[in-house]
Design a protein around this ligand. Sequence first.
Ligand SMILES: [Zn+2]
Length: 430
Amino acid sequence: MVRSRRTVTPEGERPLAVAVRGGVIAALRPYDEPPAAAESADLGDLPLLPGLVDSHVHVNEPGRTHWEGFATATRAAAAGGVTTIVDMPLNSLPPTVDVAALEVKRKAAEGRCHVDVGFWGGAIPGNLAGLRPLHEAGVMGVKCFLSPSGVDEFPALDRDGLRAALAEVASFDGLLIAHAEDPGLLAEPGGPAYDDFLRSRPQEAERRAVEQVIALAAETGARAHIVHVSAAACVEPLRAAQSAGVRVTAETCPHYLTLAAEQVTGPAYKCCPPIREAANRDALWRALADGVLMGIVSDHSPSTPDLKVPDFAAAWGGISSLQVGLPVVWTAARARGHGLADVARWMAEGPARLAGLPHKGAIREGNDADLVAFDPDAGFTVDVAALHHRNPVSPYHGARLAGVVRTTWLRGTPVDLATPRGRLLTRGAR
Ligand SMILES: [Zn+2]
């Protein structure tokens, strides 16, 4: 049993005792009437959150394990209050574009994970017939790129390829998630500076690609999701499509909400789409508040430090933030007047729903007892060398943040970072 006067449920903060049996939340009782239990923790006024669900993580194992791996990524996740991650299909070798590759990846992950791990499949030119088998093998959905992905083994879909993939996914009521930038509106950066890079990937490229996904989702009836929205210009097309009943959702990331082009100091900040001007952030926060954006996920995408060269045109694009996403978001959310229940909705409940994990993402009877004791008032300074992900690169190094994870429970048991007890998940199952 774990109890807190500030237990964060989908209905808000409540004084509750969470009774756990067999790793599952067996009952929610009033804080002052806790059930008898063999083991118990009383957090008092320390908030209890649902374990976060991060549906956008590039683990890179096997094949680029020197960039990141299952042991290091899931240790970072657990230390950061994330109890479920969903791994992206690219940057590992092979990429997860067929069932055989999924099996290779599951074998690589087996016995190494400190939190639960699910998998996205990939939709690339030529693997249309493999999408249904991937779905049936339990991936959460399939990801595609509409512009070059950064790795040759994971090519982008063109408009016809996207339409065909959406039609195929609609035939088994699956989910297609898309990296939405229109390659026709992207340019080679005119120089090595951040401004050159930012100008080469304008908001218009994102907006046009989002509109293409919306149009084809409407035409095919498929369920589609836009990953890592960075541009405020995407918000109104998404809002209009959702109002019209098109089955399209979208996420954003901590870096688009809290960092700004004006403060970029080095290639640790490079990602695609880019971190934009400070003024762009307000629209993203508003879109979260009104539900046009369903959640916040890390897009944790590390590399070795040598690939983060000072030339922004040549540097590897990807931000490492898995362990600090919760305090990064909380620090900014609190300053904007949001509460812990908002953060839990964006970082646990929303991503769990997206990934088809009905037993994750909320403190609710019958769900897995994935829990986080979180001190929202404690502060700390990020030391990248002390984070658990493999390579010590992060734009948050040196940041002063509010919010410290005290304990993370995975299915009722505190995570100790030495004993990997995470499970490999399939869509809809425990
Ligand atoms: Zn990504």
